[in-house]
Write a protein that binds this ligand. Structure first.
Ligand SMILES: *[C@@H]1O[C@H](CO)[C@@H](O)[C@H](O)[C@H]1NC(C)=O
Ligand SMILES: *[C@@H]1O[C@H](CO)[C@@H](O)[C@H](O)[C@H]1NC(C)=O
Ligand SMILES: [Ca+2]
Ligand SMILES: [Ca+2]
Length: 153
């Protein structure tokens, strides 16, 4: 029994293919971290890239399971930036990590491009909305917490 436990610890420690940087949370084969400082979208992108040497991106989402995981993971906040945007071409959304857009979970009536919104955030219920990427004169600040993602190694 003791030997089995020791062996299991040895094997998982030696051959694990699912290691995350300290402070990051593993889900399937990726690592996630929530940053609670509220910032504009560009600063969220930079914040992810500068967080660890792997240069993570804002989180991309490719399945309902991953979306549900993230909804719970970021549930301390009403609005959290994710990696989707249509800054390059209006109406054509892309992930900052260049992965394919093969899953979406828009809130009802979204994306609406209100006031030329190009940056996407997750709501508390796990649905997505496009919002202004940075503050425009006379508007309320769109600064939000953000969630980053990097592959486990
Ligand atoms: C979407 O693309 C990602 C990244 O290439 C891939 O891992 C995932 O399996 C794809 N999901 C679907 C539903 O096609
Ligand atoms: C949209 O623009 C209008 C007019 O400038 C402004 O009053 C309103 O607050 C903006 N909406 C949001 C969600 O920022
Ligand atoms: Ca837009
Ligand atoms: Ca919107």
């Amino acid at each position: 029994m003791l030997f089995s436990i020791l062996l299991a610890v040895f094997v998982s420690g030696t051959f694990s293919q699912s290691t995350c940087p300290s402070g990051w949370t593993l889900f399937q084969s990726n690592c996630y971290r929530l940053f609670d400082q509220k910032v504009y979208y560009y600063d969220a992108m930079v914040g992810c890239a500068n967080s660890v040497t792997a240069h993570p991106n804002l989180a991309s989402i490719h399945s309902a399971e991953e979306n549900t995981f993230l909804q719970t993971f970021v549930s301390a906040y009403d609005y959290v930036w994710i990696g989707l945007h249509d800054m390059t071409t209006e109406g054509t959304f892309q992930w900052t990590d260049a992965s394919p857009v093969n899953f979406t979970n828009w809130a009802g009536g979204q994306p609406d491009n209100l006031n030329d919104s190009d940056c996407v955030f997750m709501l508390r219920d796990g649905t997505w909305d496009d919002g202004e990427c940075e503050r425009k004169f006379g508007h309320t600040t769109p600064a939000k917490a953000y969630v980053c993602k990097t592959r486990a190694v």
